[in-house]
Design a protein around this ligand. Structure first.
Ligand SMILES: Nc1ncnc2c1ncn2[C@@H]1O[C@H](COP(=O)(O)OP(=O)(O)OP(=O)(O)O)[C@@H](O)[C@H]1O
Length: 216
């Protein structure tokens, strides 16, 4: 059973022409797919539709074995599919890094102590323990991006949806992120303009062009 099976998606922002015009996509368990495409072609929009942050005007989103239509259908999707937003400020909203990373596990019903254990495990794995007690909004752009990934991984999603994950990262941290992503067991959908990163993490590539996904 595919994790996501999307067919015939049509979407345009209110008062604007449709940017997705019959987009289809299948993501299988363990599969790593990349999506390239021009600025403004609708890549971020597609990821937002996949987790129910936007509603399509037509088409079908089948996720984790069920058709998802209403907002309530997407609660489970957002728990099982972790979206790392293009802008970390859309992801992080707690006063400290520890609280931001603990937010997901606490929301899933973990007790405070268990959630804090998860925070330490994930931050240690990403080599970010030095940021644990920092004020989130005072972090650098690159630090925020890594903490965003930590916050998503803390929820142990079955699939990661990554929107330009190396934006704002210096070379060393971009390299570290690539190594981390290569080592993760999850299925992954990677949106990036970085051709080298696509080749190293998700060589099976698609391109969003004229509102449809085509082989890259
Ligand atoms: N909330 C919004 N309201 C109206 N238009 C929007 C909104 N969000 C995005 N758009 C427009 O929709 C189009 C697609 O945006 P989207 O962010 O999905 O593109 P993208 O392929 O991810 O681009 P990039 O490569 O620059 O990140 C763009 O023209 C953008 O300006």
């Amino acid at each position: 059973m595919p994790l996501f099976e999307i067919d015939g998606l049509v979407f345009g922002y209110p008062g604007r022409p449709a940017i997705l015009q019959g987009t289809g996509l299948t993501l299988e368990a363990g599969q790593r797919l990349s999506i390239a495409g021009a600025n403004g072609s609708g890549k971020s929009t597609l990821l937002h539709l996949m987790v129910g942050l936007l509603q399509p005007q037509a088409g079908c989103i089948h996720a984790f074995g069920q058709v998802r239509r209403a907002e309530a259908d997407f609660h489970e999707v957002r728990r099982r599919a972790g979206l790392v937003f293009q802008d970390p400020d859309d992801q992080l909203f707690c006063p400290t890094v520890a609280e931001d990373v603990a937010f997901g596990p606490l929301n899933l019903g973990l007790g405070r102590e268990a959630a804090m254990e998860t925070v330490e495990t994930v931050l240690t794995r990403l080599d970010l323990m030095h940021l644990k007690d920092r004020i989130t909004h005072r972090l650098s752009g690159g630090e925020k991006r890594l903490v965003s990934l930590a916050a998503v991984l803390a929820m142990e999603p079955e699939v990661l949806l990554l929107d330009e994950p190396t934006n704002a990262l210096d070379e060393e941290n971009a390299e570290r992120l690539v190594a981390i992503l290569q080592g993760l067991p999850q299925a992954l959908l990677l949106v990036t303009h970085d051709a080298e990163m696509r080749a190293r993490i998700a060589p099976e590539g698609l391109r969003l062009q004229s509102g449809r996904l085509v082989p890259a």
